[in-house]
Every structure is written in C-alpha cells, then in structure tokens.
Design a protein around this ligand. Structure first.
Ligand SMILES: Nc1ncnc2c1ncn2[C@@H]1O[C@H](COP(=O)(O)OP(=O)(O)OP(=O)(O)O)[C@@H](O)[C@H]1O
Ligand SMILES: [Mg+2]
Length: 516
C-alpha cells in the first residue's frame, strides 16, 4: 500500500483554505474538552487512507464510536525488563532495588503466571531481606496475574483498512497498559503502514516513571517511520510524557491551553527545528482550533471533525458560523451482543426444562420419557423458600420432583444450580465505595464538594479546578492532570457518570462520602 504524503486536517482560520499535514509521528495537545484533541485524531484517521489502531480507555468515552471493534490482544511475557516495567508502573516510579531478585526469578519463566508461581515458591524458604522482597513481588503480581487469567486469549490482531478500536475501558490501568503494549508490539513486528494512537500519553508513556508501554512505543518511534508505522500521541499536558517519544514527533497539533505555565511547558517539548506559535496565541484558541506545526509551518487551522460537512467547516473557519451551532450526531445505539454458542445451548436446554415444568404445574403434562422420572419418589431436596406462595399439596410434590430432576441432571453447573435452588429474586451485589472528606488530599477535597452539594448539578473538570482554587487549594502545575485522574477514579467507583465534559453525580452516592 502506498501511504498518502499528507492528510487533510481542516481549514485555515480566516481564509478557509484547506490545510493538510504530513503523515508522520504526531503529537496533539490541548486542554481537556476545550480543545478537541480526540475529535482531531478521529478526523485525521478517517482521512489518512491507512489502517489506524485506537484504544478506548475511559468508560463512557463516545469517541472512536465509528471504528471496527477489535478484541483486546495480550501476549504474555516474562523477561525481567518486562516484569520490572509492570512493577514500576504499579509503584509509579522506577525501582532498581528489586531488579536483582526479578532477574533471578525470571531466568526460566515464560508467563507472568510462571513468575508469580516462582515468587511464591521462593517465599516459602525466604528469610530476612529475601522474605521482604518476595512478599512485595507477590503482592504486586497479585494485582495483575489474576486479571490476566480472566482475559480471553486471542492469537493476534486482525487490522482492517480504516479505524480499528480496542476497547479496554473495562480493565484496570495496569491491565490496560499490557493490552496497549501487546498491540504496539504486534504492530512493530507484524504490520506496515499502520497508525497507532496512544491516548492519555502522560499515563501510558510517562516521563521518568516506568510503564510496560514505553519500550514498545519507543521502538515504534525509532523504527516505525521506515516501514510506514506511525505513533500519534494524545495528552493534555506534554510535560509528563516520555521525551524520546515527543522528540520523535515531527507534526504537532496545539490546541487551547489557558494556564501560562502549562503553555510554556508544552511549547518547550516541541523538538527543535519545528516552528511554533506564541503562548498568547495558544491561550486565545477556540474549540476545534489548532496550530498545526511541522518544519517551518504554523498554520492556525479549524479542524473539520469526521462527522462535519466541508461547507460547515469552511464556514466555521471563515468565522461565518459559530462552532457551538453545530452538534455531532447522536451515537448509534450499540447492536446487542450475540450470545456465545455455549450459552445459547444452555439457554435452550433451560427453557425446554422450564416449559416442561410450567406445563406440568399447570396440568398440561408433557410427553414423559419411557421411564418417567416424575413418577419416581421425590429425592431429599430443600423445600421451597418459605416466603413464596404456597402451592396446593399435589403441585408442591410435583414441584419438588421437577426440582430434584433438574438438579440431578445438571449437577456440575453452578449457574444452573443457582437458578434452580435460589429464591426467585434478582440480587445485584454492589460493593459500597466510601470516600472520606479530608482537606489534606485532593480526593478528600473533592469528597467535601460532593457532600456540600456542589455536584448537585453537572460540572466539568474546568469548573472543579476553579472551585478548588476558590476554596484555597493550591494544586501546582499538575492540577489539571491530577484532577482528571481523581475524577476518573471517582467515576470508576461509580460516583459519577461522564457525558462529554460533564460529570453528573450518580443518584444516592452522596451518602458514600463520610467525615474523617
Ligand atoms: N473541531 C470541532 N468542531 C466542533 N466541535 C468539536 C470540535 N472538536 C471537539 N469538539 C467537541 O468538543 C467536545 C470535546 O472534544 P474532544 O473529546 O475531542 O476533546 P478532548 O480534547 O479529546 O478532551 P479530553 O482531554 O477530555 O479527552 C466534544 O463534544 C466534541 O464534539
Ligand atoms: Mg480526548
């Protein structure tokens, strides 16, 4: 496949002239929700003419909805560098101390489960410092190995032309990292002319901290361009993103930022030799406007989203139409997941049995097999729960016989056993997540706002940063990133739902905030 040299991005603000950027390693930055980073990446992908691979990491994220869903792929590894990077990611820092023990353990291991088993074996006999180290390693591996065991194994990735999307939002961050790392490794080894989009780059390819994704992403940056593979990184703040990767990005899209220091730090990460706008110009950008920077070009561009017509986009670029007047189409409803063959068979089996049961209970005896098990004496089974409607004497006996037969026929299936034996009620068990109000932590301060009713109306992270500041919180230069992280954690705990930039407090969650 011959890749296009440039990709249409949008229209120059003012003149409305078309703007296209070279297909290279690319970085996009700008304030959360206010800039439109993901929308810009989505737009480029649909016009790039090469397959692209994106990841959905946030629950409820509506971006990349039009892409073909690809099951996550994970390739197990157990070399010491890989194990070290997982532990670094868990600890949020580089840890050289544990390295000799990891090297020793990983000498003959093939999978992370092997590593975990070896650690547990070593722990049995360990004394003193060894005992401490193996206990730590055991605890870190406990966080990831059971999750890996739950991942459906796929032999690799099948990428098709256009946008391919791997949705890993249902997994915790360490497992998301392993999926992204495996996918990038796959692209490095197997693919040509593929664009890989790394979301939330400050989290997945951080500067100064370990992450399993980093080595694979660095390899993509160093060797990818020669074979047409490119990385596109997305991060609201580039200060926390690995510098090797940023130095490899020769096309930059810079969206609005309002905080002076953040703008300065972002600009300082643009490799030398690429022209760039001034801090003042960046602060005045509007939604969907980016400075497209490569070599000696800095073109103020209105990005045309994938869903927008060329006429509308040109009108916005020329200032004839307000960007807020045009809304993206509502996402199409998700098609229902088909049942797996095994589940369907079980379902048919069960509905047949329940039809028989209901037929018998209502007096419509179904054709009984030659040796009629219904005429057999009832086995010892627990009686029906006391709080269900009493059945007439004959029917109660019949019910017990059916129940006995169902249990006898499907004894090894715990799910079916539960259906047959349990009370006729659905119980959804929800783990109650409790957050403590505590002025010394960011999470505790957000908890205070929940308790005070400040979240009784939907809020954005921008609102939240402003309110925290108003209440005297000094979050320093990384406040936006940290607030974003906390809101992600709160959402994962079920406190908030997120719709575009708006966080809405889930009903009844206020009671889960407690005073210290
Ligand atoms: N060029 C554009 N024209 C019109 N609307 C846009 C444009 N870009 C983004 N938007 C709208 O702005 C909102 C935020 O966009 P998007 O999700 O792309 O932001 P983001 O910078 O990726 O945010 P985050 O950092 O939270 O991921 C969305 O509702 C999107 O439809
Ligand atoms: Mg985004």
């Amino acid at each position: 496949m011959t890749a296009p040299a440039t990709i249409p991005l949008g229209y120059a603000v003012g003149s409305g002239e078309p703007v296209a950027v070279p297909l290279r390693h690319l970085a996009v930055t700008g304030q959360t929700q206010e800039s439109g980073k993901t929308t810009a990446l989505e737009a480029l992908v649909t016009r790039a003419g090469v397959p692209a691979l994106a990841f959905v990491t946030k629950r409820g994220e509506t971006s990349f909805a039009g892409g073909r869903r690809v099951p996550p792929y994970f390739r197990d590894r157990a070399d010491w560098q890989f194990v070290t990077s997982i532990i670094d990611a868990t600890l949020q820092e580089k840890n050289k101390f544990l390295r000799p023990w990891i090297m020793k353990i990983c000498r003959n291991t093939r999978t992370l489960a092997d590593v975990h088993r070896e650690v547990k074996k070593a722990l049995v006999k360990a004394k003193g410092i060894n005992e401490g180290v193996y206990t730590q390693l055991d605890a870190y591996l406990d966080l990831i190995v059971p999750e890996i065991a739950r991942v459906p194994m796929t032999p690799g990735l099948t990428l098709t032309p256009g946008l391919n999307v791997i949705d890993v939002s249902a997994y915790a961050t360490p497992m998301q990292m392993l999926f992204i790392q495996s996918a990038i490794d796959w692209v490095n080894r197997q693919e040509r002319h593929v664009v890989t989009i790394v979301p939330e780059a400050w989290e997945f390819i951080p500067e100064g901290k370990g992450s399993p994704v980093k080595a694979s992403a660095v390899e993509l940056v160093r060797k990818g361009a020669g074979i047409g593979n490119f990385i596109w990184v997305d991060s609201q703040d580039m200060a926390g993103v690995d510098k090797v990767i940023l130095r490899g990005c020769t096309v930059w899209l810079i969206g609005v930022q309002r905080e002076a220091n953040e703008i300065k730090r972002n600009l300082s990460n643009i490799p030398a030799g690429i022209a760039r706008p001034t801090a003042g110009q960046i602060a005045r950008l509007e939604k969907g406007q980016f400075y497209a920077c490569w070599r000696d070009n800095t073109v103020l561009t209105y990005v045309r989203p994938a869903w927008m017509s060329e006429n509308q986009a040109t009108a916005i670029a020329k200032g004839l139409l307000s960007v807020d007047r045009v809304r993206p189409p509502a996402p199409a409803p998700k098609p229902e997941e088909p049942m797996s063959a095994g589940l369907e068979q079980k379902f048919d089996q069960l509905s047949g049995k329940f039809d028989q049961l209901i037929g018998a209970l209502s007096g419509r005896s179904t054709a009984a097999p030659a040796a009629n098990p219904l005429s057999a004496p009832p086995q010892e089974v627990a009686s029906r729960p006391a709080d269900t409607e009493p059945l007439p004497a004959g029917e109660e006996a019949l019910y017990q016989r059916f129940k006995a037969r169902l249990i006898a026929e499907l004894p090894s299936d715990p799910v079916v056993m539960q259906v047959v034996c349990s009370k006729p009620e659905l119980r959804v068990e929800v783990e109650r997540q409790v957050v403590t109000i505590d002025g010394s932590t960011l999470r505790g301060r957000i908890a205070r706002l929940i308790a005070d009713g400040w979240f009784d109306q939907p809020r954005t992270t921008g609102d939240l940063v402003a309110e925290l500041g108003r209440r005297g919180y000094d979050g320093g230069q990384t406040i936006n990133i940290n607030v974003g992280k906390e809101m992600k954690a709160f959402s994962e705990m079920g406190f908030f739902t997120r719709e575009n930039k708006w966080y809405t407090l889930a009903a009844g969650m206020k009671v889960n905030v407690v005073e210290k």
